[in-house]
Design a protein around this ligand. Structure first.
Ligand SMILES: *[C@@H]1O[C@H](CO)[C@@H](O)[C@H](O)[C@H]1NC(C)=O
Ligand SMILES: *[C@@H]1O[C@H](CO)[C@@H](O)[C@H](O)[C@H]1NC(C)=O
Length: 331
């Protein structure tokens, strides 16, 4: 009987020990997963805090103006002309001048640092060496920089010789506001350059370039900008930056919008008061256009068309997309 009792006690003791063990083990595992959850949560909180701490400057349209390191006079002209055309604040538009600073000499760099102290609108791209045949990389890096440093809805890339009617483009953009927008003057029938400065030695995608918005100025949505910046390592850089962007976006569901109010070809078509952007303007011409805008509210001193325009025909093959019509009212 005593033995039996002892055995029972032992069994009960063992049973409790086992239970405690399970309980303890269970608690441990619970506390273990709690710890994991807590760790994850605090990391999540930390990243949220981090995001809160470095809230990116918010703007509807980020204007990315391409210029060379030595173009400080041109940048000044732009700051004092078309960038002053809209009284809307930074919630509506902001701008940056991306500059490749890799392999830049010290004198140029110190001048740029001074300019930056004064205006705080330069974007230094340390991975970019400035050169005409490196513009596609500069564009990609500028887009990457933009997505990392600004909370924008649309990005407008223009050249330093483009004049932009900022107020008018903001207004039109609010009307379009497509989240996959790729907006500009579209060309689908251009043949690759095989000789000269812009020759593409590596082009093998097609007999023509793929449809692309001409480089004097185009708008992409934040979504498309993120697509570019998330895929930097896979992008192929062609000599022409606008051709390159057309290729990068060709695999996306971008919303191609052709707009003859983008006078953004390699030569200007003339002057039309409807133009949102007009390309190939010297600083002198920019000042004249700005003064027209100020005095009359209109872009042109006198409207004229030196080169006919076109409306892109999406119903035919790209090689037949773009028929120019003389004496038409297309801007
Ligand atoms: C810049 O270059 C460095 C070194 O090659 C590389 O690690 C980094 O990812 C590059 N940054 C971007 C944004 O391409
Ligand atoms: C348009 O006019 C130009 C010069 O006036 C001429 O060379 C060209 O053939 C014309 N194009 C069309 C489509 O009529």
């Amino acid at each position: 009987m005593k033995v039996l009792l002892k055995k029972r006690t032992l069994l009960i003791a063992l049973f409790f020990a086992f239970e405690v063990c399970i309980f303890f083990f269970g608690r441990w595992s619970i506390s273990c997963s709690d710890t994991v959850a807590l760790t994850q949560r605090s990391e999540h909180d930390a990243s949220q805090n981090h995001q809160i701490q470095v809230t990116l400057p918010k703007t509807f349209l980020l204007i990315v103006i391409m210029s060379s390191p030595s173009d400080s006079d041109i940048r000044d002209t732009i700051r004092n002309t078309w960038l002053k055309l809209s009284a809307k604040g930074p919630n509506h538009f902001r701008w940056i001048f991306p500059i490749g600073t890799s392999k830049l000499d010290e004198t140029t760099m110190s001048k740029l640092n001074l300019e930056q102290t004064q205006f705080e609108d330069l974007a230094f791209l340390s991975n970019v060496t400035e050169s005409y045949d490196n513009l596609a990389k500069k564009t990609a890096q500028a887009i990457y920089y933009s997505t990392k440093n600004y909370d924008f809805q649309f990005l407008l890339k223009v050249d330093s010789d483009s004049f932009v009617r900022v107020g008018a483009i903001l207004k039109s953009l609010r009307d379009i506001a497509n989240p996959r927008l790729y907006w500009g003057f579209l060309d689908g029938r251009a043949k690759p350059f095989r000789t000269g400065k812009w020759k593409e030695i590596d082009w093998m995608l097609c007999d023509r370039y793929l449809p692309y918005q001409l480089g004097g100025g185009y708008v992409i949505s934040h979504g498309l900008a993120s697509f570019v910046s998330n895929n930097l390592q896979y992008l192929k850089y062609y000599v022409s930056e606008d051709v390159s962007l057309g290729v990068w976006l060709a695999g996306t569901n971008a919303k191609y919008v052709h707009d003859p109010r983008f006078d953004t070809e390699y030569q200007s078509r003339g002057c039309n008061n409807e133009y949102l952007i007009t390309h190939k303007k010297s600083p002198q011409q920019m000042k004249a256009l700005f003064s027209n805008m100020k005095q009359t509210g209109k872009l042109c001193f006198k409207e004229f068309q030196g080169r006919p325009s076109y409306v892109y025909d999406f119903s035919v093959p790209p090689s037949e997309c773009c028929t120019r019509r003389n004496n038409s009212v297309i801007p």
